[in-house]
Design a protein around this ligand. Structure first.
Ligand SMILES: Nc1ncnc2c1ncn2[C@@H]1O[C@H](COP(=O)(O)OP(=O)(O)O)[C@@H](O)[C@H]1O
Ligand SMILES: [Mg+2]
Length: 260
């Protein structure tokens, strides 16, 4: 049972306050999707939780404050898919995904057959079977994005942080990747926080949406509660209509030729 807690999280860059105060608590198997316009602070929340930023307040996994843990502990417990990952172009797909197994390989040790098996499985699950020997320089944007997700899944960490993980994927691979994450959180109890711009998709997969604006959480709850035309107008400056499908799915459609 892994718990991820945020308490009065505040992130600043020099004088700029990117996250004013973020509070939430997530239990195993929960998926929270952080939405909000560009610059709202979504990536800063995720990067703080990944242990990549200084902050005040608290972000804790199983009550361990993230920066106070060792890099190895973090890599075993928190997997992060950045919005703009650094891609070592001269590495092969196999080598890159194996990096996800580093936290389990003993110092001065080498990977085991088990580690290699996990790499094969995650590549397969993201439609990258057969790519093992390809250099990253030769991959398309969508292939790179799936590869970065593959590396994160190879970590087998209980907390998965995804920053716009499907922005470069076609509709089929998008669905495939999100269904995979959904299955993992149901079967293995992963705790998932993702930032996503596709509001309809965000509402379909998350248990809860958190709408951020200028560093604050301004609305949270179910898709029906958060994805309201008033909220979209107020925080995105967009005129949009919101439909509810017979199965309960909330669909957001921007209106043409209008702007609030
Ligand atoms: N390294 C940085 N230095 C200075 N300002 C930053 C840095 N990273 C992000 N910001 C600023 O902090 C705010 C929040 O950024 P970010 O968390 O990336 O938002 P989002 O992911 O919601 O688009 C933005 O105004 C952004 O310009
Ligand atoms: Mg971002």
């Amino acid at each position: 049972m892994t718990v991820l807690g945020f308490c009065d999280l505040r992130v600043t860059y020099g004088k700029h306050v990117a996250v004013e105060s973020y509070n939430d608590i997530l239990y195993s198997g929960e998926w929270v999707c952080v939405i909000g316009p560009n610059g709202a602070g979504k990536s800063s929340v995720l990067r703080a939780a990944a242990g990549l930023l200084d902050y005040s307040g608290s972000v804790a996994v199983d009550q361990k404050e993230v920066p106070a843990t060792s890099a190895r502990w973090r890599a075993q417990h928190i997997a992060f898919v950045p919005q703009s990952p650094l891609i070592p172009l001269d590495m092969t797909v196999q080598e890159y995904v194996l990096l996800g197994r580093n936290p389990y390989i003993p110092y001065f040790g080498v990977e085991t057959a088990g580690d290699r098996g996990i790499v094969v499985d995650v590549l397969q699950s993201l439609d990258l079977a057969g790519f093992e020997r390809r250099y990253l320089a030769t991959l398309s944007g969508g292939e790179i994005q799936r590869l970065v997700i593959a590396r994160a899944l190879a970590q087998q960490a209980p907390v998965l942080l995804l920053d716009e993980p499907t922005s470069a994927l076609d509709i089929g691979h998008q669905q495939h990747a999100l269904e995979l994450v959904d299955r993992l959180r149901r079967e293995r109890g992963l705790t998932v926080v993702s930032a996503m711009h596709d509001l309809t998709l965000a509402g379909m997969y998350a248990d809860r949406l958190v709408l951020m604006h200028e560093g604050r959480s301004v609305a949270q709850g179910s898709a029906a509660e958060v994805l309201r035309p008033e909220n979209l107008a107020k925080y995105y400056g967009v005129s949009a209509r919101v439909h509810r499908e017979p199965d309960g799915t909330i669909v957001v459609i921007p209106n043409r030729g209008e702007r609030n």
